[in-house]
Design a protein around this ligand. Structure first.
Ligand code: PLP
Length: 395
């Protein structure tokens, strides 16, 4: 029965990772997948995570199922991080949060929820966007359209075009925004632009879906929530898919959350029962370990302070690598201006390298970059900077 099945194309990002692993070149460099690396090229376990795990090991008493929506201590900690402590959304119980397997799990549950309860809605994603967005939404049968975002010539946000596109989105459709550290461009709206987007959203009546996968990697944990929090002042309903893969380094524990914000507590409770139905028929209930670690850290002042300083450490290292990358390219005699890279934020940079150049870098130098030219800046180190920039200068 399976003989007619054709092989699926490799995933554009994870497939690249597999190719990197199979490459025998001793000098190979992986700038594809969005995983943080330290100066030694390792993806470390955060100290706050290790300490939380030690505590959990001592006090954990059962491996019984969590409830469909996940652990209460985790769910409330997620809301505090998203909205800010004691926000009236929390005190009035206008939002409900479900613990999900990673940010991708949250997006998938959101997609199913939208398909079931807003069946006529089209999903709108930025052009460009994270490679998996389109597939996740299409996999449940949603129509996906794109709105203008990036000005490839100016290497900046084309805000006028973005506003013009979104002004065409009708009431009842859903628009996905990257909460911060836009993937793949590294370019976010300014506070003033977030304000204009929130006003437009309220005027048009479309539903915002915030994908918030990099809180803390841009300017800071609170600063990065500014776009989301601006929307809260103007828009009564929202979906938020958040993730702790990056800012806790908990990639393989699959820790995320889907939060639904409604106009009243009663509406939120009703809608949440339907979110739970989507989960029950999908993975039934979430895995426990990663979320228990996150809750232990977020709900403890000492561990929180340690975690915040570790997030700052990752953020600062990436910022430094951006500047070093630009300066090293200049020192190698590359005439093209790459200074825009130091202005972008988060893990990624849209380098402007063409698909041909990306292919050449891979073939001749064992340097792995996504075909769009997106570089995972978090993979740059003092050690790989010289060979990387020499190779780019060569091609
Ligand atoms: N959303 C964006 C924009 C991402 O870049 C990623 C991961 O790369 C995710 C969601 C999914 O994160 P997770 O690994 O938690 O599923």
């Amino acid at each position: 029965m399976f003989e007619h099945i054709q092989a699926a194309p490799a995933d554009p990002i994870l497939g690249l990772n597999d190719a990197y692993k199979n490459d025998t070149n001793p000098n190979k460099i992986n700038l594809g997948v969005g995983v943080y690396k330290d100066e030694q090229g390792n993806t470390p376990i955060l100290k706050a995570v290790k300490q939380a795990e030690e505590r959990l090991l001592a006090k954990e008493k059962t491996k019984s199922y969590l409830s469909i929506e996940g652990a209460p201590a985790y769910r409330s900690a997620v809301q505090t991080l998203l909205f800010g402590k004691d926000h009236n959304i929390i005190t009035k119980q206008l939002a409900q949060t479900a613990q999900t397997p990673g940010g991708t799990g949250a997006l998938r549950v959101a997609a199913e929820f939208i398909k079931k309860h807003l069946p006529e809605a089209t999903m709108w994603v930025s052009n460009p966007t994270w490679a998996n967005h389109q597939s996740v939404f299409q996999s449940v049968g949603l129509e996906v359209g794109s709105y203008a975002y990036y000005d490839a010539d100016a290497k900046s946000l084309d805000f006028e075009a973005m506003l013009a596109s979104l002004s065409q989105v009708p009431e009842g459709d859903v628009v996905l925004f990257h909460g911060c550290c836009h993937n793949p461009t590294g370019i976010d709206p300014t506070p003033e632009q977030w304000y204009q987007l929130a006003k437009l959203c309220s005027k048009q009546g479309f539903l915002p879906l915030f994908d918030f996968a990099y809180q803390g990697f841009g300017q800071g944990l609170q600063e990065d929530a500014q776009g989301l929090r601006t929307f809260l002042e103007h828009v009564p309903e929202m979906l938020i898919a958040s993730s702790f893969s990056k800012n806790f380094g908990l990639y393989n524990e699959r820790v995320g959350a889907l939060t639904i914000l409604c106009e009243t507590a009663e509406q939120a409770e009703n809608a949440f029962t339907q979110v739970k139905r989507c989960i029950r028929t999908n993975y039934s209930n979430p895995p426990s370990h990663g979320s228990a670690v996150v809750a232990e850290v977020l709900n403890d002042d000492e561990l929180y302070a340690l975690w915040e300083s570790e997030v700052k450490g990752m953020r600062t290292r990436i910022h430094e690598m951006r500047s070093l990358f630009v300066n090293t390219l200049r020192a190698k005699g590359v005439s093209q201006d790459f200074s825009f890279i130091s202005k972008q934020q988060g893990m990624f940079s849209f380098s402007g390298l063409t698909p041909d150049q990306v292919a050449q870098l891979r073939k001749e130098y064992g340097i792995y970059i996504v075909g769009s030219g997106r570089i995972s800046v978090a993979g740059l180190t003092h050690d790989n900077m010289e060979p990387l920039c020499s190779a780019i200068a060569e091609i």
